[in-house]
Design a protein around this ligand. Structure first.
Ligand code: SAH
Ligand code: SF4
Ligand code: F3S
Length: 475
């Protein structure tokens, strides 16, 4: 499959800066400081995109506010992965008709993955007349231009055509936190798993140049960020389109060697592209977290084939085995789809068995949701919904037991935790393996790596005590 990368030129970016300036002048002439609200749905990729949207809004003179009421601009950055995600957006979009009635000058933007689907744009055109702008992820960098247009001209904007291979460097970002940061290293997906909408709404895979990624990480570390997560739908195919001879493991190694105290993570890995070299790189550099999110989707070879996942159960298990051999404390997590069309009780039993064999620390489980335009959506799907729900519950029961056992193994151990926030009287943080820990402590510890002795657990988290004099273990 041909991959084209159309890097946005300096002139195009400069033109957008011009629009930022014009939008600021518009508001100065009104003698007003405008406000903007961005609501994010979906995955970390969308969270990262929203940080860019907020950065662009600030560059246009907007102050970011905490809700849609009274905001001059409201942006919904949407997700299309499952029907439920789309329903939530349409429901919340409906409520915006009221905020707009109370503030008629409010401008409403819909962007993100839902806006990459023609049928969604059509529905917005017909049934949501108060939505001013609808643009897909390829047009994110053009936000200043759209803002300027809706403020100065009548008419709605629908920028929903696919632009192959867009990469826009140098966009401003307003990051959510000061401890943890997302860094997108690539965009799009080429895998076309038969159930998945992502390749249709985010386009083909394209990688940012390694020097741009490394520069961004360097800047984050210098600014004091302690936890960097590299993002892509399939990070293991990073660099294939660039032809520079730099693969994902190489990129990871280069970032890991930047001086400073920080932890490096990444997601998501596709099992067909995850390499032993990657595990070796993780084992070699102490600042790469021993955490691996490796979505399996199903434990049945028949279903994996129907999903177009391009690996089988045995290959998947060999990756797990190798990862544990070179990093005995590695934390594996996964995604599983229950009730893919044609999944039998036998297929599902194979998924349960796989979970028992791997013993993940945590699992993200989803009931299959047909996505318009994907091959799986036209497959016969005779399994009743009640049966799918029952399988889902059975899987959860198995996993909850395993998660509990895994968490119980932490009790009495002292682990290194990056304190990243507070929740009531407790501080919250993550172990190197990404497990959530709550412990009493001084908020001054936020942003620091601290030793915590684990004393208790639930299915989803650990509790413990700050133990400044103790040696730590990773994991
Ligand atoms: N690129 C990542 C996944 C991104 S989507 C990867 O390949 O691992 C996150 C998860 O949503 C997927 O792993 C899958 O488990 C789930 N998912 C995707 N499409 C779905 C659908 N149509 N119905 C239910 N779950 C789905
Ligand atoms: Fe979707 Fe598969 Fe691509 Fe992940 S790898 S985004 S599941 S098509
Ligand atoms: Fe959703 Fe798009 Fe992410 S569909 S899961 S927001 S890539």
């Amino acid at each position: 499959m041909e991959t084209r990368t159309a890097v946005i030129t300096a002139e195009q970016m400069h033109a957008q800066d011009g629009y930022c300036q014009k939008v600021r002048e518009y508001w100065t002439a009104q003698n007003a400081v405008p406000t903007a609200y961005v609501e994010t749905y979906g995955c970390q990729q969308n969270e990262a995109d929203s940080e860019i949207l907020r950065g662009l809004l600030e560059r246009c003179g907007y102050t970011i506010c905490g809700g849609p009421e009274g905001a001059d601009v409201v942006i919904f950055n949407t997700c299309a992965i499952r029907e439920h995600a789309e329903q939530r957006v349409f429901g919340n979009l409906g409520a915006l008709s009221h905020t707009k009635r109370r503030h008629p000058e409010q401008k409403i933007f819909l962007c993100g993955c839902m806006a990459g689907q023609t049928h969604v744009a059509e529905r917005v055109k017909k049934s949501y007349p108060y939505v001013d702008v609808c643009f897909n992820p390829h047009h994110l960098w053009q936000l200043p231009e759209y803002l300027h247009r809706v403020l100065t001209k009548k008419g709605r904007i629908f920028a929903t055509e696919e632009v192959p291979g867009v990469i826009a460097e140098g966009l401003p970002q307003k990051r959510q936190g000061r401890v943890k940061a997302w860094v997108s290293i690539m965009y799009g997906c080429n895998n076309f798993c038969s159930y998945c909408i992502v390749p249709y709404v985010r386009g083909r895979e394209r990688s940012r140049r390694p020097e741009a990624v490394i520069e961004e990480c360097r800047g984050l570390i210098a600014a004091g960020y302690k936890d960097i997560t590299l993002l892509g739908q399939n990070v293991n195919s990073y660099g294939k389109d660039l032809g520079l001879g730099v693969d994902f493991a190489d990129l990871l190694a280069q970032i890991a060697q930047i001086p400073g105290e920080f932890t490096l993570r990444f997601m998501t890995s596709h099992p067909k592209d995850a390499s032993f070299k990657l595990f070796d790189t993780m084992a070699k550099y102490p600042n790469i977290a021993h955490q691996f999110h490796l979505p399996v989707q199903s434990g049945s070879d028949r279903i994996l084939k129907a999903m177009n996942r391009c690996y089988d159960r045995a290959q998947y298990l060999s990756l797990i085995e190798y990862g544990r051999k070179v990093m005995p404390d590695i934390v594996f997590t996964s995604d599983i789809i229950v009730g893919f069309p044609g999944e039998t009780e036998e297929d599902f039993a194979a998924t349960l068995e796989l979970c028992e064999a791997v013993r993940y620390d945590a699992l993200f489980t989803f009931i299959y949701s047909p996505r318009r335009g994907t091959p799986a959506a036209s497959l016969p799907d005779p399994t009743p919904r009640a049966e799918k729900n029952a399988r889902f519950d059975r899987l959860l029961e198995v996993q909850n037991r395993i998660s509990e056992q895994r968490h119980r193994d932490y009790i009495g151990k002292t682990v290194r935790v990056l304190a990243d926030g507070a929740d009531g009287d407790m501080l919250t943080g993550r172990t190197d393996g990404g497990r959530l820990v709550r412990f009493p402590g001084d908020p001054a510890l936020i942003g620091q790596f601290v030793p915590v002795t684990i004393t208790g657990h639930t299915t989803w988290s650990l509790t413990g005590d700050y133990a400044p004099s103790k040696e730590v273990r990773h994991g």
